[in-house]
Ligand binder design. Structure first.
Ligand code: ZN
Length: 208
């Protein structure tokens, strides 16, 4: 399993700022921030699955355009995996025919460009040799993290989160954990900011 960080910032601008997204091998995205836009059209067209941690714009900004861009290049729909709460939010606020079309019925309900798959805390999705498990997160909107397990080793991605007591017992039970990516966007002096409903936690990741 190969993981490529496409973006790990909370904003855009300059050569290095792109918002959160990871490409797993060549067919899975974890979040779909602006870093996705660096991929070629051929690379975009090979993405079969998108797993969302939550609905904030810095984590989904490229998703609407991704679906639109690869529509003519793919035979199967792109599957968007997220919790029921997150799918409800992006359905009501993004794919609502006002901001962007609902690609679950384009070009037809029988052969759409996009489909939703609801995932729940603790659930594992197996894709080939890889298993993706939904982990708890604490954010200003419904949010989750993910464990990516290749079979040989695991990488855990917290997603945007604040202090989360439920997270650590789960992580400590992962026998093959090798990488842990934790949001470290705010220093303690700004600890109230990520809890504000008007603030999206800026993503900044630290491998430890
Ligand atoms: Zn967020």
């Amino acid at each position: 399993m190969k993981v490529r960080i496409l973006g790990c910032s909370g904003g855009i601008g300059g050569r290095h700022l792109r918002t959160t997204s990871m490409l797993v091998d060549n067919d899975i995205l974890i979040d779909a921030g602006t870093g996705v836009a660096d991929l070629s059209l051929d690379e975009l067209a090979t993405i079969d699955h998108v797993f969302l941690t939550h609905s904030h714009l810095d984590h989904i900004a490229s998703l609407p355009l991704l679906i639109d861009s690869v529509g003519d290049l793919r035979a199967n729909p792109v599957t968007v995996h997220a919790t029921a709460a997150t799918l409800d939010i992006i359905g009501r606020h993004i794919f609502n025919w006002v901001i962007w079309p609902d690609f679950r019925v384009i070009p037809s309900r029988e052969q759409p460009l996009m489909q939703y798959r609801t995932i729940a805390l603790g659930q594992s999705v197996r894709l080939g040799e890889r298993t993706i498990t939904v982990l708890p997160a604490e954010h200003t909107v419904p949010a989750v993290g993910y464990q990516l397990d290749s079979g040989a080793a695991s990488l855990v991605f917290t997603g945007d989160t604040t202090v989360n007591a439920a997270f650590w017992p789960v992580i400590n039970r992962i026998a093959n954990l090798r990488y842990l990516l934790i949001e470290t966007a705010f220093p303690n002096s700004e600890r109230s900011l990520p809890r504000s409903p008007n603030t999206c936690a800026r993503a900044c990741w630290q491998r430890s």
